[in-house]
Design a protein around this ligand. Sequence first.
Ligand code: FAD
Ligand code: 2HG
Ligand code: ZN
Length: 473
Amino acid sequence: MTRDDLTTRLSSLVGDAGLITEADRMSGYLTDWRHAYAGSAAAVVRPASTAEVAAVVRLCREAGVAVVPQGGNTGLCGGSMPDSSGRQVVLSLDRMRRIRGVDPVNQTITVEAGVILQSVQEVAAAEGCLFPLSLGAEGSCTIGGNLSTNAGGTGVLRYGNMRDLTLGLEVVLPDGRIWNGLRGLRKDNTGYDLKHLFIGAEGTLGVITAAVLKLFPAVRSRATAWVALPSPQAAVDLIGLVRALCGDRLTGFEILSRQSLDFVLRHRAGSRDLLGAVHPWYVLVELSDTLPGAGLDGLLETALAEAFDRAVASDAVVASGPAQVAALWALREGISEAQNFEGPSLKHDVTVPVSSIAAFVEQTDRALRAAVPGIRIVTYGHIGDGNLHYNLSKPVGSDDDAFRARAEELARVVYDSTSSFDGSISAEHGLGQSKRDVIATYKDATELDLMRGIKGLFDPGSLMNPGKVLPHA
Ligand code: FAD
Ligand code: 2HG
Ligand code: ZN
């Protein structure tokens, strides 16, 4: 089928509003949020219903054309980008933005895959509920992307990641069949739980078109503290202490190094540190409760007093109101963007057991500083989940390209260290194309074999987001 035939037939399936073929209008779909990846495409197709997604997938299969599912394009591993051949079709879910229903009694919400995460949070809040997935890109990323990357973020500590928040899925399979697994059941032991194959599959097994997600009671009290600490070990000790005193009310625990904070203070207008002196590490601690007036400020102050007594914290401030809470979260959420102003940002999204964090940071920092004197290590993340963003910026005044050229070697340093602590080289961002090949070194060969078998079963022609996740055999 020629490109013209393909686009004519796609247009007959989705109409003019659902098809983009002009280079200038396609460009926003052909590079990611960071402009770290770019591709080209025969067309961008924007179906408006599950039936249209199925028809597009069937047509592409018949034409032997690969389909690249795309949500908000905020993924950090290049998973939503087509290759450079110009033959693939980008399938954007940006016209599938319907909330299909909210069931407050069942504590569920059913949404289409293109719905923006923040909209789900807002609809849930209007019903007196909470949808707890929360991340810096929540104003742009979509539920389909969150599911396909099994997104994490800042609420995992208390509520789990996207996999834990999902009860049912609707998926268009690579052969065009629709699997209706949109069940809102908390118990369903009727064989293999197929939804978990699609969650975290980064679009390689099918196109997710809708989901049933879990809701929770709304949060009515909150207390937030900004704590300075001497070391990552102190942060680990502090989690233990706060958890022991506050239990499930501990809902946020984010670490950042001084280097991370410096970048935000330098590049984010209006940002300021609430603590005067310079400290090597900081954590943002948040308690929350479903009861109004739960006395959380007092509880947090008691926990911090204990932390000072044990020399776990060096200084701290409890936020005095919503504006200060927002300003503290902006310091944390601003790191990813701020780092982009400092030249190439080499990203490593890793997990190790929480108990190994301190030794891991010490070992990895030492190895990196030996490899590149003056390297700026931008360590931050969800330390309560054992998940650090171990990002690297070039030494001040050095050359961008020379630093970029060492990306693979430096990734090996971080990943070898991660692996020596039985960790994972992708905690929450996925593999996409950036870690597709390197995963072969760090994942068990049998596990990779089984993954290839699953891919072959669902997508024997390898037309669903090819070139992502799975390393070449
Ligand atoms: P996209 O980038 O469009 O796609 C991601 C992958 O999912 C691709 O492989 C794509 O093919 C596939 N996909 C998308 N939609 C579908 C679908 N409907 N069916 C099948 N496959 C599909 N991630 C975290 O986990 N935690 C964080 O804290 C976090 N913070 C971030 C902060 C910033 C500032 C940015 C830019 C990103 C952050 N991310 C974070 C990464 C990113 O936001 C998430 O991975 C998000 O889940 C991606 O959603 P998206 O809609 O943008 O997906
Ligand atoms: C975060 O926690 C995100 O801020 C983004 O996962 C991390 O940009 C990054 O490396
Ligand atoms: Zn993160």
